[in-house]
Design a protein around this ligand. Structure first.
Ligand code: IMP
Ligand code: MG
Length: 194
């Protein structure tokens, strides 16, 4: 019998860490220039909405979508832009908002692409850092949690488009339970920490 997803970080703990992260970021933001927060779709969405609400100052937001290794755990290293920014970032203070940095290939691509557009500054905040899996060293200014090499889902992160809107973060060390029957685990996970 394969192992079911386990509760890893409950919603309340995510909330308080995101508040603390906002507290770390806020004093580093320029008071004269409006910063631009760039969310990396789609995994960033829940984290980003909580983070910008916790900042209590005026920030502009935009989104970028890239194709990554998607449905498998193996990094392809092939990353391309599926939806680009609508904002010209030249001369702007930009903060990239990521759900999780794993191999670092995605963030490395994003940073290289954005630096070519000459922002005034470029920094990254990630909710989760799977630092043990890093293949390319990449600067990471703010992080919520350092996590071990397990597959995580919920709070924006998905398994093949599923289970993104779980309010808690879950982990699976054995993906076979999701491969066999993703619907079977879903009712048990929603509302688990209520
Ligand atoms: P990287 O390029 O290997 O750093 O991968 C970064 C992207 O892969 C993240 O933004 C996620 O979209 C996805 N990813 C990596 N690990 C996980 C995971 O454990 N669960 C869900 N998505 C993941
Ligand atoms: Mg992502």
């Amino acid at each position: 019998m394969s192992e079911k997803p386990r509760l890893m970080i409950p919603a309340a703990e995510l909330r308080s860490r995101v508040q603390a992260l906002a507290g770390e970021i806020a004093p580093t933001l320029s008071t004269s220039e409006q910063p631009l927060f760039v969310g990396v779709l789609k995994g960033c969405t829940l984290f980003m909405s909580d983070l910008v609400r916790a900042l209590h100052e005026d920030v502009e937001i935009d989104f970028i979508s890239i194709s990554s290794y998607g449905d498998t755990r193996e990094p392809s290293g092939v990353v391309k832009i599926v939806k680009d920014l609508e904002t010209d970032i030249e001369g702007r203070d930009v903060v990239i908002v990521e759900d999780i940095v794993d191999t670092g290939l995605t963030l490395n691509f994003l940073r290289t692409t954005m630096l070519q557009r000459l922002p005034r500054s470029l920094r990254t905040v990630t909710l989760l850092d799977k630092s043990a899996r890093r293949l390319v060293p990449v600067p990471l200014e703010f992080r919520g949690f350092d996590i071990p090499d397990v597959f995580v889902l919920g709070y924006g992160m998905d398994w093949q488009g599923k289970l993104r809107n779980l309010e808690d973060l879950f982990c699976v060390s054995d993906l076979s339970v999701l491969i066999e029957d993703p619907q079977a685990v879903s009712p048990a996970l929603f509302g688990l920490s209520e």
